[in-house]
Every structure is written in C-alpha cells, then in structure tokens.
Design a protein around this ligand. Sequence first.
Ligand SMILES: Cc1cc2nc3c(=O)[nH]c(=O)nc-3n(C[C@H](O)[C@H](O)[C@H](O)COP(=O)(O)OP(=O)(O)OC[C@H]3O[C@@H](n4cnc5c(N)ncnc54)[C@H](O)[C@@H]3O)c2cc1C
Length: 273
Amino acid sequence: MPLAVKTFDQLRDAASALGTDAGARFLGGGTLLMRDINEGDISITTLVRSTDRAFTEIRSSGSRITLGAGVTMSEVAAHPELQYLKPVARTVGGPAIRNMATIGGNLFAFSPYGDFTVAMLALEATVAVQGGYSSRDVPLEEFLATRDRDSKSLVTGVTFRQPDNPTAFHYSKVSRTHPKGASVLSIAAHLPASGNRVSSPRIAYGAMAPTPIRAKAAENALNGKSLDEAGIADALAAATQGCSPASDSIASAWYRNEVLPVYLKRLLLGAPN
Ligand SMILES: Cc1cc2nc3c(=O)[nH]c(=O)nc-3n(C[C@H](O)[C@H](O)[C@H](O)COP(=O)(O)OP(=O)(O)OC[C@H]3O[C@@H](n4cnc5c(N)ncnc54)[C@H](O)[C@@H]3O)c2cc1C
C-alpha cells in the first residue's frame, strides 16, 4: 500500500489537508505513528507534516508560555525557562525517543504513555486546535475528555502559566525500569502556598485512567491544608476517587490503586520516591 507524505509551509494548510483526507494522519515525531504503520495499519494512507516555524517554537509572554506542538522532549529539557519541567521530559523514553517525541504527540499517546501531558494538566494548560482554517483554544482537561487519536484536527501548541515559584511544581513517575520505563503511574502537582497552607492545588495522574486525569477529590481535600502528615491525610484517603486504571503488562489495576496513595504521600511530603 503506497504511503504519501505531504509537507505544508503553513499549519492551516496542513490542518485543511488533514480534515479532507480520511486516510491522513499528522506526523509529529513519529515514535508512535510510525510504529502503527510498520505494524501494518493500512488505514493510514497519507502522512501530513508542517515546516511552519510556529510549530517548533517556545514563546513566552509575561508569565505565560506557549510550546509549539512540534517541540520535542529534549528541547523542553534543555530550555532555561523550563527547568522545573526537565524531570518530566527526561522520563519520556530514552534519548533517541526524546529527540523525536513531541508535545503534540504526547497529548494523543495512549495510557500508560502521556507523561508530559500529566504535567500540562497540573499546570492547567490550554490546547490550540486548528480545524481546517479556524483555530480555537480548549482547556486540556476538555481536550482529553473528547480526544480521538484519529482526530481530523491539528494541535498547534499548548499554553500555560509558569508557576510563580517553580519549587511549587512536583512530579513523580513510578516505573519498573528507571528512569525511562513506561509508567506504572505518574503524578504531577502544582501546590502554591499561602503562608504554610496549600492554596488551590492542582494534581494530575497518568496511567490511572484511559487518559491523564485531574485528581479533583484529592485537590479539594488538600486545599487550605498544610503539607504534613495530618494535613494530607484527607487527600490520601480521597486519592483514588475517579480513577479507573487498566491492567496491562506493566501493572494490574489493583496494584496501581494500591500504590497511588503511597507515592502521592511521598510527593506531598517531599520524600524521595
Ligand atoms: C520505546 C518507546 C518508549 C516510550 N516511552 C514513553 C514514556 O516513557 N512516556 C511517554 O509519555 N511516552 C512514551 N512513548 C510514547 C511516545 O514516544 C511519546 O508519547 C511521544 O510524545 C509521542 O509523540 P510523537 O511526536 O512521537 O507522536 P507521533 O507518533 O508523531 O503521533 C502520535 C499520534 O498523535 C497524532 N499527532 C501527533 N502530533 C499531532 C498534532 N500536533 N496534532 C494532531 N495530532 C497529532 C498522530 O497523528 C498520531 O495519531 C514511548 C514510545 C516508544 C516507542
């Protein structure tokens, strides 16, 4: 089966091509898509890519930062303004994968992948989606709830507010092979403080549901509390609410539910993983 590759200078032209060809898929770094093709997915007949510079740019405006969807994990890890995200980017596969794997592709990765997206969820990112010639910004949570890996829309970037205090951002990935194995689970948390109390915490999980999810029950239970054993107790009790992890070759659903509170506790108390 022949496979066409179409390259467009402008993102809007790439989005238009994607929307009008049933067999078209957007090619990010190709770490997942090329595997599908090599394994014989004949539903894919056209690969769409774009050389638009905006696609691979990292732009900041005040405290807001936009990562083009074509920015790679290696580029995030090397960026001076994004050092608090370096531990996240560096847990995505090995060096060869990180040099290719994009932010945009990570939004579509199936569980237990999607580690970077977990961090974006904790930072309340919005996703810029180009459908044909029109574009819109969608909260990441809403995007994940409706995403379709074969979507006909093109993601052009993600935008989020940098934490006022980078040390308020925390990330933990539990895997069988350190540091690069697939996730048993991952946790990202943004825990701004007001005095010695947590104020409006944001916690997200990876591999605890078909897509990365917000841990809203734990967030509510932690709001206004101190980060000590007594202060986090209610959040730990609520940790697995809303979770529906899979059983796969990495871990069973039972195991994931059992160990999540253990790792959340370590993250909240700043203990080593
Ligand atoms: C050996 C190995 C190890 C891995 N380890 C990890 C890991 O530890 N953690 C992890 O999170 N992931 C891991 N992955 C999965 C993957 O590498 C990453 O999730 C990566 O970020 C996917 O991005 P990509 O650019 O390669 O996506 P691609 O393969 O290019 O695309 C994946 C899907 O997303 C769609 N897509 C891509 N970009 C866009 C866009 N801008 N707009 C619309 N649709 C788009 C494609 O059409 C395709 O359906 C691993 C993969 C491999 C092969």
